[in-house]
Design a protein around this ligand. Structure first.
Ligand SMILES: Nc1nc2c(c(=O)[nH]1)N[C@H]1C(S)=C(S)[C@@H](COP(=O)(O)OP(=O)(O)OC[C@H]3O[C@@H](n4cnc5c(=O)[nH]c(N)nc54)[C@H](O)[C@@H]3O)O[C@H]1N2
Ligand SMILES: Nc1nc2c(c(=O)[nH]1)N[C@H]1C(S)=C(S)[C@@H](COP(=O)(O)OP(=O)(O)OC[C@H]3O[C@@H](n4cnc5c(=O)[nH]c(N)nc54)[C@H](O)[C@@H]3O)O[C@H]1N2
Ligand SMILES: [Mo]
Length: 646
């Protein structure tokens, strides 16, 4: 038995240090190791399921080709023939329609710098169309940047010193289990009070000392209400506000408009609840506001994220929130080569891509590290666009996904356990080289190899497309470490990244801006409680993750994502429905068939289901999601989807 240490590359903030047990070249166990004080030995169901996933029947192990997407079946191919075909089609498309007619569509199936960024050099050299990568966290970043400059904040170990930990639209127990474990440790060892603010009952609210239950999308009002209470009580830190902030008077004037009655009517949370939270914050400090990504994925989502981020400034805390720390490290360089070319790429919205695809705006689509057939909004149009006869689709994935089913060519990718890479967490500062654990299964190949093979065949001349990624690692990380050096890192040692100072604000005023001086256009200087209109027969469908799956991954290990939908007993009665009944949800865009669970964990007019579902008829949850980006940051509105019961 050999033990190989590596890091998890999945799209999850925790980025665990892992140890894989390998027997005769086969992975038999993956577990979290203790070299990282944050991910400290706790293994999640995904890492635990990795051996099954690496060897699953759904694994893409060979290149496949089919002539016509809807009329022929896939045939087994080899790399040479497949790369030849892909390159010929790519060259021809660029010649006939220009590089803007080629779309690169990728996301964070693997977050490694080499896999996800360096491999994109070919596309930057060719100047093809790219997306704005807004499907997950972009709106929240844009929102917090308005007030703080950059959106980084509390680091996980900081949780151990907190007396109050507020999970706001953040189901941390499922979505960031190691930060949750630290919060539980703070509760045990430091008597920390755990608060959850969520528009439905979750694994996190179940364990919280206090749960506030606002109507979806009303968190700006709740934040102003809380601020109003703290200000009226004289509980704000005036010295801090004077020294470190800008625009407080304007902000204070707005909070005064949020009277207890108005807050109660808007949010559905009783003023007693607001006071209870306010009193906890007045009595105990320090506190930290854990801003969930779920909070910012709605029509008023970005506004909610910025409103919550300002609360700790009232209490005199420097960046007393956590959103994600991806902007907080000191890593330089340019892995994807964007700055190395004169060519300006066309950038399109990821959220409204469905319409463009259906119109046939792109003639060649290259997908990797993403399953857009199930994860992009407006999936009926996404699918229609992929299936057009005049569009050539290539998918490079580790597994045979629903997007592969819409492709002309499937290229098999090696998993993160089958290649070396550089992984950086979105929350903690610890890094170690992510080492290849086993040789790639079957014919699977990594992204950089594939990029180079295509680049050579297409005749890309730029030398930086063919350069050594590890030279880029060395130069980009030269000033990145607080503990250790880039040589230590490359030698496999655990190192600690340097982070930007907590009291540095990259805003125009150099301060925390209660009223943002960089807000422009329709975006207001202060957080704005945008309204989410809801008709009498309409429900808002909330969606979030299950601990077994990572988006659409791990269905080959744990089975289909359960097709359950939650409804309040009063609503269920109204429709004459009971637990276990089949239920069809519809809107103007699509429909989905689900199974009902009647529960008080959602309030009237609200439903909840696991995200990225697919029903037995093949209807995706995302067929119900409009391709409308948010005003601020261009992010999605998954948690503002309106549906009716058929
Ligand atoms: N197991 C697992 N973990 C994951 C992932 C995964 O797929 N599986 N994905 C990772 C990724 S990419 C992401 S983005 C994160 C997301 O993880 P989180 O940041 O925790 O976000 P969500 O799970 O989307 O939503 C969190 C909570 O927000 C609540 N919510 C929704 N709308 C509102 C609202 O308007 N107000 C309030 N107060 N609450 C609201 C939902 O009910 C939900 O319980 O998880 C990461 N971790
Ligand atoms: N309805 C609805 N839709 C949502 C959301 C929601 O809340 N509701 N949440 C959104 C969010 S927060 C996110 S982050 C996105 C995620 O959207 P996606 O990134 O599309 O999510 P995954 O399903 O994880 O797809 C990643 C793919 O990458 C593949 N992969 C894994 N490792 C590698 C690798 O090393 N190389 C290659 N080439 N491929 C690899 C996996 O097999 C998988 O098919 O979904 C969004 N979609
Ligand atoms: Mo995400």
């Amino acid at each position: 038995m050999t033990l190989v240490k590596t890091m998890c590359a999945r799209d999850c903030p925790d980025a665990c240090f892992l140890t894989a047990d390998v027997e005769e070249g086969t992975i038999v166990l993956v577990r979290a190791n203790k070299d990282n004080p944050v991910t400290n030995g706790i293994t999640c169901p995904r890492a635990h399921g990795d051996p099954t996933r690496v060897y699953s029947l759904k694994r893409a192990l060979n290149p496949y080709i089919r002539e016509e997407k809807t009329k022929s079946t896939f045939s087994l191919s080899n790399w040479d023939e497949t790369l030849e075909l892909v390159s010929e089609r790519l060259k021809e498309t660029i010649k006939l329609h220009g590089p803007e007619s080629v779309l690169l569509l990728d996301y964070a199936g693997n977050t490694g710098f080499i896999t996800s960024s360096f491999s994109k050099r070919i596309w930057n050299a060719l100047g093809v169309t790219k997306t704005d990568y807004t499907v997950c966290s972009a709106s929240g970043h844009a929102a917090i940047n308005l007030h703080y400059g950059l959106s980084y904040g509390n680091q996980p170990e900081g949780l151990l010193e907190k007396k109050v930990i507020i999970f706001w639209g953040n189901n941390a127990k499922v979505s960031t289990p190691h930060q949750w474990a630290l919060a539980m440790q703070a509760k045990r060892e430091n008597d920390a009070i755990i608060i959850a603010i969520d528009s439905r009952g979750s694994e996190t609210t179940d364990m919280a000392d206090l749960w506030l239950y606002p109507k979806p999308g009303t968190d700006v009002a709740l934040s102003y209400g809380l601020a109003n209470y703290l200000i009226e009580k004289g509980a704000v830190d005036s010295e801090f506000i004077e020294r470190w902030t800008h625009g407080y008077e304007e902000y204070k004037a707005e909070t005064m408009k949020w009277t207890p009655e108005r807050v109660e009517t808007t949010t559905g949370v009783s003023w007693e609840g607001v006071k209870e939270l306010g009193d906890i914050l007045i009595e105990f400090s320090p506190s930290v506001f854990m801003i969930g990504l779920g909070l910012q994925k709605s029509l008023p989502g970005a506004e909610a994220a910025r409103a919550v981020s300002l609360l700790p400034a009232l209490l005199g805390e420097h960046r007393g929130f956590y959103y994600t720390n991806s902007m907080g490290w000191c890593i330089g360089g340019d892995f994807s080569g964007e700055s190395l070319t004169e060519r300006k790429s066309n950038v399109v919205s990821m959220i409204s891509l469905g319409e463009r695809l259906a119109r046939g705006e792109f003639k060649f689509i290259y997908v990797f590290s993403m399953n857009p057939a199930l994860t992009l909004p407006d999936s009926v149009n996404v699918k229609k666009g992929f299936l057009r006869d005049d569009v050539f689709v290539v998918v490079h994935d580790t597994h045979l996904t629903e997007t592969c089913e819409l492709a002309n060519v499937v290229l098999p990718a090696s998993t993160y356990l089958e290649k070396d890479d550089v992984i950086v967490s979105d929350c903690h500062p610890y890094v170690m080289l992510a080492k290849k654990v086993i040789e790639p299964e079957g014919e699977s190949r990594d992204e950089v190899w594939v990029m180079r093979e295509i680049a050579k065949r297409v005749g890309v001349k730029e030398s930086w497309v063919y350069s050594d990624p590890w030279i880029e690692v060395k130069s980009s990380f030269i000033d990145a470490f607080e503990e250790g050096t880039v040589e230590d890192y490359l030698a496999g040692k655990t190192c600690k990244l340097k982070s930007r100072p907590m009291d540095e604000y990259q805003t125009p005023s150099g301060r925390i801006e209660f009223a943002s001086t960089s807000a422009s256009g329709e975006v207001t200087a202060l957080p704005d409680q945008l309204e989410l209109p809801q008709g009498p027969d309409e429900y808002v469908l909330l969606q979030s993750a299950d601990s077994r799956y990572l988006h659409t991954q791990f269905r080959d290990v744990y089975g289909s994502i359960p097709d359950e939908v939650w409804m309040n007993p009063v609503d269920a009665d109204r429709h004459n429905l009971k637990d276990g009944d089949p239920i069809t949800l519809v809107n103007d865009l699509g429909k989905i068939n689900l199974t009902l669970t009647v529960t008080e964990k959602v309030q009237r007019g609200v439903l909840w289901s696991r995200r990225e579902l697919l029903d037995e008829e093949g209807n995706a949850q995302n067929s119900l999601v409009p391709g409308t980006p948010q005003r601020l940051g261009g992010g999605p509105m998954f948690n503002s989807v309106k549906v009716r019961v058929l």
